[in-house]
Design a binder for this molecule. Structure first.
Ligand code: SF4
Length: 235
């Protein structure tokens, strides 16, 4: 069985070569520092929705956006959220490729028909209108669709409609005073996870090969590496 995380699926979509180097040859990209402020927002939002989850109450934000749902209660939710082990999360086996696809979710709501709604928290600070269309947010949609696919594979009825809860830190204040104020908003996304199964087959095929996939011309990192190699060879 091959364990693949949602993040590695994203890496494969971005560049099969980097994915191959990581998953097959164990050469991962240099890491980046964790987004501690974003993690703090996630932690507090989880606590906020958990308070309502206990009593099956809807959040004011759900009411504002007319979302007929409540935070979903399930004994495995802490594990799916990575609260117990941040490398576990929710997992589902794709039998034809023997790939165990896993992902750490932020939250799940349940609508009045019992369908699960995947929810992801995002922290930002922008004066522009928040949209999922800009370059760096395209991955958010794929992220949501992987989670929808995993929970369907786990046997749950999952709505195509998922929600991003954005916490947008305001900068329009005279001073910091030791606190940030966030405006919360919800951005809906109707997911289509039909791309996932074909991608799992491609991942399996990629890793079955002995040759490293080609680098992407657009990528500055490999370009940088090739420039160095070129100089080294010359000298
Ligand atoms: S092209 Fe970029 S993303 Fe692909 S392997 Fe090279 S560094 Fe990684």
């Amino acid at each position: 069985m091959l364990k693949i995380s949602r993040t590695k699926v994203g890496l494969f979509l971005e560049c099969p070569r980097c994915f191959y180097l990581d998953k097959k040859l164990g050469i991962a990209r240099p890491g980046i520092p964790s987004f501690t402020l974003n993690n703090a927002v996630d932690t507090l939002l989880k606590k906020e929705f958990d308070l309502l989850r206990k009593n099956g109450e809807a959040h004011a934000l759900m009411k504002k956006y007319k979302i007929n749902a409540v935070p979903f209660k399930h004994p495995k939710l802490p594990a799916w959220r990575g609260d117990i082990n941040r490398f576990e999360g929710a997992q589902a086996l794709h039998r034809p490729t023997d790939i165990l696809l896993g992902g750490i979710i932020d939250d799940i709501w349940q609508d009045t028909k019992g369908k699960l709604i995947i929810v992801d928290y995002k922290a930002t600070s922008t004066t522009r209108e928040i949209s999922l269309e800009d370059k760096y947010k395209k991955g958010y949609k794929k992220q949501m669709e992987v989670y929808q696919w995993i929970f369907r594979k786990m046997g749950f009825e999952v709505s195509d409609m998922g929600y991003f809860v954005f916490a947008n830190a305001g900068k329009n204040r005279p001073s910091f005073d030791g606190r940030l104020e966030f405006e919360l908003s919800i951005i809906p996304h109707r997911g289509d996870s039909s791309w996932i199964e074909p991608t799992l087959y491609k991942i399996k095929e990629c890793l079955s090969k002995e040759t490293i996939p080609p680098y992407s011309e657009e990528c500055e990192h490999c370009r940088f590496y090739r420039l160095i190699r070129g100089k080294e060879t010359k000298h």
